[in-house]
Design a protein around this ligand. Structure first.
Ligand SMILES: [Zn+2]
Length: 170
């Protein structure tokens, strides 16, 4: 009994209000409303469920891009602290395959939402009270929220900025 309380999982938090029919491909969350958890990842059962949104790890979503089942609402890449996030190239690949918005989330191993990307797609708003090891941007986000955001590394933009400064010198 105590053990089941300790191991209690959180429900998946959809990025934009009420969750549509959503397939979650990792066992970190409990099921709630229209969100179904498929512990073994994408499967024939998940396909029959015909999800409008899919949440999974970066690797799961990229693997799914090869067959790209029809999704009408969104993809959500979930990562635990220390796991890789989507890169700009990953996002391009997922957009070409699915043509729906992609959101990155950081969650604990029991599914608690730690940080989540908003519609502005400019970093992850912090939901946890503290999250050691991540740099935070305290400026107001374009979405209107003032909560601090984790800003992922943006190598592509750094390269562009470096190229721009070089061209200024020349
Ligand atoms: Zn925002």
């Amino acid at each position: 009994m105590t053990l089941s309380i300790l191991s209690r999982k959180s429900a998946f938090v959809y990025p934009l209000g009420k969750a549509p029919r959503t397939a979650v491909l990792v066992p970190w969350f409990r099921q709630k409303d229209a969100v179904r958890v498929f512990n073994e990842g994408w499967s024939p059962e998940a396909a029959v469920f015909a999800p409008e949104a899919i949440a999974g790890t970066r690797e799961q979503l990229l693997a799914l891009a090869r067959t790209a089942p029809e999704v009408t609402h969104a993809l959500i890449a979930v990562a635990q602290p220390g796991q890789p996030w989507l890169t700009a190239a990953d996002r391009d690949q997922l957009w070409r395959a699915f043509h729906v918005p992609v959101f990155q989330q950081l969650v604990s191993e029991s599914g608690e939402l730690l940080a989540a990307e908003c519609e502005a797609h400019d970093g992850l708003h912090l939901h946890a009270t503290e999250l050691p090891g991540y740099a935070l941007d305290p400026t107001r986000c374009a979405c209107g929220l003032a909560t601090p955001r984790i800003i992922p590394k943006k190598p592509a933009q750094k390269v562009q900025a470096a190229a721009a400064s070089r061209s200024q010198v020349l």
